[in-house]
Design a protein. Structure first.
Length: 265
Protein backbone atom coordinates (compact mmCIF):
# COMPACT_ATOMS: atom_id res chain seq x y z
CA UNK A 1 0.00 0.00 0.00
CA UNK A 2 2.85 2.41 0.82
CA UNK A 3 4.53 1.71 -2.51
CA UNK A 4 1.30 2.38 -4.41
CA UNK A 5 0.76 5.61 -2.47
CA UNK A 6 4.31 6.77 -3.27
CA UNK A 7 3.98 6.01 -6.98
CA UNK A 8 0.59 7.73 -7.28
CA UNK A 9 1.77 10.77 -5.32
CA UNK A 10 4.93 10.99 -7.42
CA UNK A 11 2.97 10.81 -10.68
CA UNK A 12 0.39 13.34 -9.53
CA UNK A 13 3.01 15.84 -8.39
CA UNK A 14 4.99 15.48 -11.63
CA UNK A 15 2.04 15.72 -14.01
CA UNK A 16 -0.23 18.22 -12.28
CA UNK A 17 1.06 21.55 -11.04
CA UNK A 18 0.13 22.02 -7.40
CA UNK A 19 -2.05 25.09 -6.80
CA UNK A 20 -0.58 27.71 -4.48
CA UNK A 21 -3.12 26.89 -1.78
CA UNK A 22 -1.82 23.34 -1.73
CA UNK A 23 1.73 24.57 -1.13
CA UNK A 24 0.85 26.82 1.78
CA UNK A 25 2.25 26.18 5.27
CA UNK A 26 1.32 29.60 6.59
CA UNK A 27 -0.99 27.97 9.13
CA UNK A 28 2.03 26.23 10.66
CA UNK A 29 3.93 29.51 10.91
CA UNK A 30 0.95 31.04 12.75
CA UNK A 31 0.93 28.05 15.12
CA UNK A 32 4.68 28.41 15.73
CA UNK A 33 4.36 32.11 16.58
CA UNK A 34 1.31 31.57 18.79
CA UNK A 35 2.96 28.78 20.79
CA UNK A 36 6.14 30.80 21.18
CA UNK A 37 4.26 33.85 22.48
CA UNK A 38 1.81 31.93 24.67
CA UNK A 39 3.92 29.23 26.31
CA UNK A 40 7.37 30.09 27.57
CA UNK A 41 9.56 27.06 28.21
CA UNK A 42 13.11 27.49 29.40
CA UNK A 43 13.99 24.35 27.46
CA UNK A 44 13.86 25.18 23.74
CA UNK A 45 13.94 21.49 22.82
CA UNK A 46 10.57 20.93 24.53
CA UNK A 47 9.14 23.87 22.61
CA UNK A 48 10.39 22.36 19.36
CA UNK A 49 8.89 18.96 20.17
CA UNK A 50 5.51 20.53 20.99
CA UNK A 51 5.59 22.77 17.92
CA UNK A 52 5.95 19.79 15.61
CA UNK A 53 4.38 17.04 17.72
CA UNK A 54 1.01 18.61 18.50
CA UNK A 55 -0.06 19.21 14.86
CA UNK A 56 1.18 15.75 13.87
CA UNK A 57 -0.78 14.15 16.71
CA UNK A 58 -3.98 16.07 15.95
CA UNK A 59 -3.84 15.35 12.20
CA UNK A 60 -3.04 11.67 12.84
CA UNK A 61 -6.02 11.33 15.23
CA UNK A 62 -8.35 12.98 12.71
CA UNK A 63 -7.13 10.70 9.92
CA UNK A 64 -7.51 7.58 12.07
CA UNK A 65 -11.04 8.66 12.93
CA UNK A 66 -12.02 9.21 9.30
CA UNK A 67 -10.40 6.24 7.58
CA UNK A 68 -12.30 2.95 7.70
CA UNK A 69 -11.01 1.13 4.61
CA UNK A 70 -7.81 0.35 2.74
CA UNK A 71 -8.87 2.55 -0.18
CA UNK A 72 -9.59 5.39 2.21
CA UNK A 73 -6.15 4.96 3.76
CA UNK A 74 -4.56 5.00 0.29
CA UNK A 75 -6.41 8.18 -0.68
CA UNK A 76 -5.41 9.99 2.53
CA UNK A 77 -1.80 8.83 2.18
CA UNK A 78 -1.61 10.16 -1.38
CA UNK A 79 -3.23 13.43 -0.29
CA UNK A 80 -0.77 13.94 2.58
CA UNK A 81 2.21 12.97 0.41
CA UNK A 82 1.15 15.39 -2.33
CA UNK A 83 0.81 18.15 0.24
CA UNK A 84 4.18 17.42 1.82
CA UNK A 85 6.15 16.92 -1.41
CA UNK A 86 7.61 20.29 -2.21
CA UNK A 87 6.29 22.73 -1.19
CA UNK A 88 7.69 23.86 -4.56
CA UNK A 89 8.73 21.74 -7.53
CA UNK A 90 12.44 21.37 -8.18
CA UNK A 91 11.70 21.12 -11.91
CA UNK A 92 10.02 24.52 -11.77
CA UNK A 93 13.24 25.94 -10.33
CA UNK A 94 15.35 24.45 -13.11
CA UNK A 95 12.93 25.21 -15.93
CA UNK A 96 12.60 28.85 -14.88
CA UNK A 97 15.08 31.33 -16.29
CA UNK A 98 15.79 32.53 -12.77
CA UNK A 99 16.86 29.21 -11.27
CA UNK A 100 19.84 30.74 -9.43
CA UNK A 101 17.67 33.43 -7.91
CA UNK A 102 15.00 30.94 -6.83
CA UNK A 103 17.67 28.80 -5.19
CA UNK A 104 19.29 31.84 -3.53
CA UNK A 105 22.52 31.56 -5.57
CA UNK A 106 24.60 34.05 -7.52
CA UNK A 107 24.59 33.76 -11.31
CA UNK A 108 28.32 33.02 -11.37
CA UNK A 109 28.12 30.42 -8.61
CA UNK A 110 30.62 27.55 -8.85
CA UNK A 111 29.33 24.28 -10.27
CA UNK A 112 29.93 22.19 -7.08
CA UNK A 113 27.86 24.68 -5.07
CA UNK A 114 25.05 24.54 -7.63
CA UNK A 115 25.03 20.73 -7.60
CA UNK A 116 25.09 20.68 -3.80
CA UNK A 117 22.16 23.08 -3.62
CA UNK A 118 20.07 21.08 -6.09
CA UNK A 119 20.86 17.86 -4.22
CA UNK A 120 19.97 19.42 -0.88
CA UNK A 121 16.75 20.85 -2.29
CA UNK A 122 15.79 17.44 -3.70
CA UNK A 123 16.41 15.89 -0.29
CA UNK A 124 14.08 18.38 1.35
CA UNK A 125 11.42 18.15 -1.34
CA UNK A 126 11.42 14.47 -2.31
CA UNK A 127 13.73 12.03 -0.59
CA UNK A 128 13.21 13.08 3.02
CA UNK A 129 9.43 12.94 2.67
CA UNK A 130 9.50 9.54 0.97
CA UNK A 131 12.01 8.01 3.40
CA UNK A 132 10.14 8.98 6.55
CA UNK A 133 6.82 7.95 5.02
CA UNK A 134 8.25 4.47 4.49
CA UNK A 135 9.57 4.36 8.06
CA UNK A 136 6.71 5.99 10.02
CA UNK A 137 3.85 6.33 7.58
CA UNK A 138 1.79 9.51 7.41
CA UNK A 139 3.15 10.68 10.78
CA UNK A 140 6.71 10.42 9.45
CA UNK A 141 5.79 12.44 6.37
CA UNK A 142 4.28 15.21 8.51
CA UNK A 143 7.16 15.20 11.00
CA UNK A 144 9.73 15.67 8.24
CA UNK A 145 7.87 18.41 6.38
CA UNK A 146 6.96 20.36 9.52
CA UNK A 147 10.54 20.05 10.81
CA UNK A 148 11.83 21.35 7.47
CA UNK A 149 9.34 24.23 7.46
CA UNK A 150 10.21 25.01 11.09
CA UNK A 151 13.88 25.24 10.19
CA UNK A 152 13.03 27.43 7.19
CA UNK A 153 10.82 29.82 9.16
CA UNK A 154 13.24 30.05 12.08
CA UNK A 155 16.25 30.64 9.83
CA UNK A 156 14.47 33.47 8.02
CA UNK A 157 13.09 35.12 11.15
CA UNK A 158 15.30 37.87 12.55
CA UNK A 159 13.63 37.56 15.96
CA UNK A 160 14.61 33.89 16.39
CA UNK A 161 17.30 33.34 19.02
CA UNK A 162 20.38 31.22 18.39
CA UNK A 163 19.24 28.30 20.59
CA UNK A 164 16.06 28.02 18.56
CA UNK A 165 18.01 27.98 15.31
CA UNK A 166 20.54 25.46 16.63
CA UNK A 167 17.85 23.04 17.87
CA UNK A 168 15.94 23.26 14.60
CA UNK A 169 19.13 22.65 12.57
CA UNK A 170 20.07 19.71 14.82
CA UNK A 171 16.68 18.06 14.29
CA UNK A 172 17.07 18.40 10.52
CA UNK A 173 20.52 16.81 10.71
CA UNK A 174 19.04 13.85 12.58
CA UNK A 175 16.23 13.46 10.04
CA UNK A 176 18.46 13.99 7.00
CA UNK A 177 21.43 11.80 7.90
CA UNK A 178 19.86 8.38 7.15
CA UNK A 179 18.23 9.90 4.06
CA UNK A 180 21.65 11.05 2.84
CA UNK A 181 23.07 7.52 3.03
CA UNK A 182 20.09 6.08 1.19
CA UNK A 183 20.54 8.75 -1.46
CA UNK A 184 24.20 7.81 -1.86
CA UNK A 185 23.32 4.13 -2.32
CA UNK A 186 20.72 5.01 -4.95
CA UNK A 187 23.21 7.42 -6.59
CA UNK A 188 25.77 4.63 -6.80
CA UNK A 189 23.24 2.30 -8.43
CA UNK A 190 22.00 5.03 -10.80
CA UNK A 191 25.52 6.13 -11.76
CA UNK A 192 28.97 4.50 -11.40
CA UNK A 193 28.65 2.21 -8.36
CA UNK A 194 32.31 1.40 -7.76
CA UNK A 195 33.58 4.98 -8.08
CA UNK A 196 30.77 6.51 -6.01
CA UNK A 197 31.23 4.06 -3.14
CA UNK A 198 35.00 4.61 -3.26
CA UNK A 199 34.35 8.36 -3.02
CA UNK A 200 32.24 7.87 0.13
CA UNK A 201 34.49 5.34 1.92
CA UNK A 202 36.42 8.00 3.92
CA UNK A 203 33.09 8.99 5.53
CA UNK A 204 32.17 5.46 6.61
CA UNK A 205 33.30 5.73 10.20
CA UNK A 206 31.94 6.16 13.71
CA UNK A 207 33.07 9.78 13.94
CA UNK A 208 30.99 10.69 10.90
CA UNK A 209 27.95 8.99 12.42
CA UNK A 210 28.35 10.92 15.67
CA UNK A 211 28.62 14.25 13.87
CA UNK A 212 25.94 13.29 11.31
CA UNK A 213 28.02 14.95 8.63
CA UNK A 214 26.32 14.56 5.24
CA UNK A 215 29.15 16.14 3.23
CA UNK A 216 29.71 12.76 1.55
CA UNK A 217 26.37 13.07 -0.26
CA UNK A 218 27.22 16.37 -1.90
CA UNK A 219 30.75 15.31 -2.83
CA UNK A 220 29.38 12.11 -4.35
CA UNK A 221 26.67 14.01 -6.24
CA UNK A 222 29.21 16.50 -7.59
CA UNK A 223 31.52 13.64 -8.62
CA UNK A 224 28.67 11.75 -10.30
CA UNK A 225 27.47 14.76 -12.29
CA UNK A 226 30.79 16.32 -13.30
CA UNK A 227 32.92 13.18 -13.78
CA UNK A 228 30.49 10.36 -14.57
CA UNK A 229 27.67 12.13 -16.42
CA UNK A 230 28.85 15.27 -18.22
CA UNK A 231 30.42 14.70 -21.63
CA UNK A 232 32.53 17.18 -23.57
CA UNK A 233 29.99 17.73 -26.33
CA UNK A 234 26.96 17.54 -24.05
CA UNK A 235 24.59 20.41 -24.78
CA UNK A 236 22.64 19.92 -21.56
CA UNK A 237 23.15 22.39 -18.73
CA UNK A 238 24.56 21.28 -15.39
CA UNK A 239 21.13 21.90 -13.87
CA UNK A 240 19.44 19.53 -16.35
CA UNK A 241 22.10 16.84 -15.90
CA UNK A 242 21.82 17.06 -12.10
CA UNK A 243 18.02 16.81 -12.22
CA UNK A 244 18.34 13.78 -14.50
CA UNK A 245 20.62 12.06 -11.99
CA UNK A 246 18.33 12.92 -9.07
CA UNK A 247 15.30 11.53 -10.90
CA UNK A 248 17.15 8.28 -11.62
CA UNK A 249 17.98 8.07 -7.91
CA UNK A 250 14.29 8.46 -7.09
CA UNK A 251 13.36 5.69 -9.52
CA UNK A 252 15.95 3.43 -7.86
CA UNK A 253 14.24 4.12 -4.52
CA UNK A 254 10.85 3.12 -5.90
CA UNK A 255 12.30 -0.06 -7.46
CA UNK A 256 14.05 -0.93 -4.18
CA UNK A 257 10.81 -0.48 -2.22
CA UNK A 258 9.02 -2.66 -4.80
CA UNK A 259 11.55 -5.44 -4.23
CA UNK A 260 11.10 -5.18 -0.46
CA UNK A 261 7.32 -5.42 -0.85
CA UNK A 262 7.62 -8.48 -3.10
CA UNK A 263 9.96 -10.33 -0.72
CA UNK A 264 7.91 -9.30 2.32
CA UNK A 265 4.91 -11.03 0.83
Amino acid sequence: MKLLALIIAYLVCHTIKKPDRFRNFHWYQIWMNWLKQTIHFNNKEITLILTIGVPVLIISLIINGLVYSAMGGLFISVLVLCYCIGPKSIEEDVESKEVHKRLGLRKNVKIPVLIKTLTQVSMHRWFGVFFWYLILGIAGTLIYRLAERHDYFVSNNKDSDQDEKDNSAKLMKILNYPVAWMMVVSLAIASDFERIIKKCKPFMNVNNMKNMDDTFLYEAADFAVEICEVEENDEKSIEDVTIGVLKRMLVVWLVFVSILVIFAN
